[in-house]
Design a binder for this molecule. Structure first.
Ligand code: C5P
Length: 304
């Protein structure tokens, strides 16, 4: 239960189990085919009704003005409905490292849309929530659903997929962040990725129902990122040496993660890699089936 008038959302991180770049678009973005997967690492966003939009954050270095996606999302919801006289005070507790390709800012933004929908009695339809989310950032719509989903277009056209088996992961976060625009901007003009329409069912190993097909785990941004930051490729190799079935860059980085057969192997690998890579944050975690969760005594909020 929360104090009267306060709504609380837990905002999951994500990894990309697959990220193919199919081509450059006239709008400057790239056409993607990606598989988003929500993971068990959460920011916490509280919202209280107030006359204006305000944000505080407990993490140093996170902007709390209009540059923060929470503020942009709330502002986008306000202008979508032409609201002038309602606001919210947000408190953001960060656990998802920023600039790591884990989607923390996008997840917080999706949560902000769902929170103000409730606070301001907007009764937004799922498609209206999606429109607002996509206007804030290409990764934001995924977090309205969470779990496992295929993202096409800019990554903002979402198709929910079966979750399959729970996957045990190790995340490695180097002491640096990488700008998404910089990575996409460094892609060669002529993209070599085949314009394949991989059927969704092929993403899951047919011989072991529910298990992700490791051969489908590719990220076309790795070539650019591992060339620019060779230490990340070194961490990928170390994940494989400690028994990861596959290891991949998440999004545009900087997080590199590995998928392990069982949780115990992941925990042990995280311990060893933490010792071997000083300065890196190494986290053992797992996939989750759901998305944004709400902690509130209020009836009617979506989620757990
Ligand atoms: O949508 P978002 O602001 O998160 O994207 C950040 C940047 O990443 C974009 O400005 C663009 O340069 C690049 N991007 C891209 N193609 C995508 C997604 C992002 O080129 N599908």
């Amino acid at each position: 239960m929360t104090a009267a008038g306060v709504s609380v959302a837990l905002c999951p991180a994500k990894v990309n189990l697959r990220l193919r770049v199919l081509g450059r678009r006239p709008d400057g973005y790239h056409e993607l085919q990606t598989v988003f997967q929500a993971i068990d690492l959460w920011d916490r966003l509280e919202a209280t009704p107030s006359p204006e939009l305000r944000l505080t954050c407990d993490a140093p270095g996170i902007p709390t003005d209009g540059a923060n996606l929470v503020m942009r999302a709330a502002e986008a919801a306000r202008s979508y409905r032409g609201i002038r006289d309602q606001g919210a005070t947000f408190q953001l507790h960060k656990a998802i490292p920023p600039g790591g390709g884990l989607g923390g800012g996008s997840s917080d933004a999706a949560a902000a849309i769902l929170l103000v929908d409730r606070l301001w009695n907007l009764a937004l339809s799922p498609s209206e929530q999606h429109t607002i989310a996509a206007s804030v950032g290409a990764d934001v719509p995924f977090f309205l659903t969470g779990g496992t989903a295929l993202g096409t277009g800019r990554g903002d056209i979402i198709q929910v997929l079966d979750h399959g088996a729970e996957l045990a992961l190790v995340l490695g976060l180097p002491p640096l962040s990488i700008g998404t625009a910089e990575v996409f901007g460094a892609l060669p003009d002529r993209l070599t990725a085949p314009r394949v329409d991989v059927s969704v069912s092929r993403l899951w190993a047919p011989q072991k129902p529910g298990e992700f097909c490791a051969e489908e785990a590719v990220n076309d941004l790795e070539a650019v990122v591992f060339e620019g930051w060779p230490g990340l490729g070194g961490f990928r190799d170390a994940l494989l040496e400690t028994g990861a079935r596959f290891a991949l860059l998440s999004g545009s980085g900087s997080t590199v993660y590995g998928v392990y057969p069982v949780r115990e192997r992941a925990v042990e690998a995280a311990r060893r890699l933490g010792d071997r890579f000083p300065g890196w944050r190494v986290i053992a975690t797992k996939t989750v089936r759901d998305g944004i969760r709400f902690e509130s005594g209020d009836a009617g909020l979506q989620g757990a």
